[in-house]
Design a binder for this molecule. Sequence first.
Ligand SMILES: Cc1cc2nc3c(=O)[nH]c(=O)nc-3n(C[C@H](O)[C@H](O)[C@H](O)COP(=O)(O)O)c2cc1C
Ligand code: SF4
Length: 490
Amino acid sequence: MWKFPNPIKHPIPETRWPAAAEAERSLLFQPIEIGKLTLESRTWVPAMVPWRATEDGFVTQENLDWYRRFAEGRPAAIVVEATGVRDIASGPLLRIGDDRFLPGLRKLAETVREASDGHTKLFIQIIDFLAVKRRPDPAKYFEKFLKISQRHREKIAALAKDPGYLNGDEDRARAFLKIAPDEVLEHILDPRELESLRFGYRERVTDTQLAHVRELPQVLPGIFADASQRAREAGFDGVELHYAHAYTMAGFLSALNDRDDGYGGPRENRARLPLEVYRAVRERVGDDYVVGVRFLADEVISGGNRIGDAVYFGVEFAKAGFDYLSLSKGGKFEDAEQPKVGQAVYPYTGQSGYECMPTTLSDKRGPFGRSVSLVAEIKRAVNAAGFTTPIVATGGITTFEQAEAILRDGDADVIGMARQALADPDWFRKVLLGRGDEVRRCTYTNYCEALDQAHKQVTCKLWDRKELEETGVSMAIDGRRRLLPPEWKD
Ligand SMILES: Cc1cc2nc3c(=O)[nH]c(=O)nc-3n(C[C@H](O)[C@H](O)[C@H](O)COP(=O)(O)O)c2cc1C
Ligand code: SF4
């Protein structure tokens, strides 16, 4: 986990919980319009991947149980985890890239409706991502993966003072590289080859030499539109286009995108495909269906987007007609730690990852509401441009007082809580009933995120070893953790 140089350990903030009457009158529990929908309150559970789908992307009973448990807490909205828009193998992550996924997704929408008695609206986050391979064993990389080029041959021949490498057997060049020390490899391999060796091969939206990457602007609008249509058919209340973190659409928005085909370079070009995808989706699902977007208030990487870019995109997205804007921060590959051999690089291990899911081991500012000032800046610009598109703030929001202050100050319209909702999905009901002192407070130390990184079923350390003897408790594959928090009876 990435750390500040001299980190400060912050306590979980003390708070005062409201009585039921105060909660009921509060801004947090007032309704809000999202497109043509009305949310009962301004409470929101943003997308969280729980690693519960089947290997081939279908909804499992464990997925249903997970969302049922969140729905029992009755937040006004839940966003289902990042769900792949394509029909390609991607491990146990949900998919919506073919009609065969519809029955499971339909069941998921029904489950949430039933468990919340229709009080919770359900959106689904849809995502496209490019290839990311595991870090290879170096011997294998040189034996199989590296394409030996004339440039390699020339460099090896010069270093070894042996012209035989220029046209000779490729295996000889591979054998040379296999035993070469790091400084020699740095001289022979180009930066992308070195990255593939040290981090694993990873595609970028700027790899326009690859036909499937070059053609993304032609294919993605249709793929996202098909997926959105399925979301509607499955009974979700809306779709959220995932334009955040380390994935394809965020790659197009990024200041690092220098594609020269009109889809990179200046901001308006970087926003072009994201807007074309939006328009294709809107055309397909109609004006009466919620289409939201999640994007970054700051990429937190060198050369990446900063708040000025996010403000520009926020206004453009509102102008285009998105029904809500949900802000996140960071979560990029560019500053991620080197993975172990055999593992894939994880975009939440560098500083940008810290900013995405900040922990209590922090700098002076601490992890609580760390992105709010950026969200507020985006909201002010969107409102000043004449749009009232609701804006969702997320990141270290944990108490009623904090949520209420954000709304009172006009910094955001909706309050997202990911880890706090995982720690206690009943937060919303408890607070509304005046029983906030019964909330299981998230400690923001990211045990859950470590499970995500290890591709293990996500649980929370505050409840996954509790009351294991209860009848009917379903356990994680490792047999040691319960998959859902114990029930709360009001
Ligand atoms: C286990 C886990 C999985 C996550 N998966 C997603 C995801 O699928 N899509 C997404 O946009 N954000 C994802 N996030 C980020 C959260 O939505 C949220 O932005 C982040 O945790 C910060 O909010 P918090 O401080 O309330 O937890 C995930 C976070 C966690 C802890
Ligand atoms: S595991 Fe830790 S950080 Fe994650 S939800 Fe639970 S208490 Fe919060």
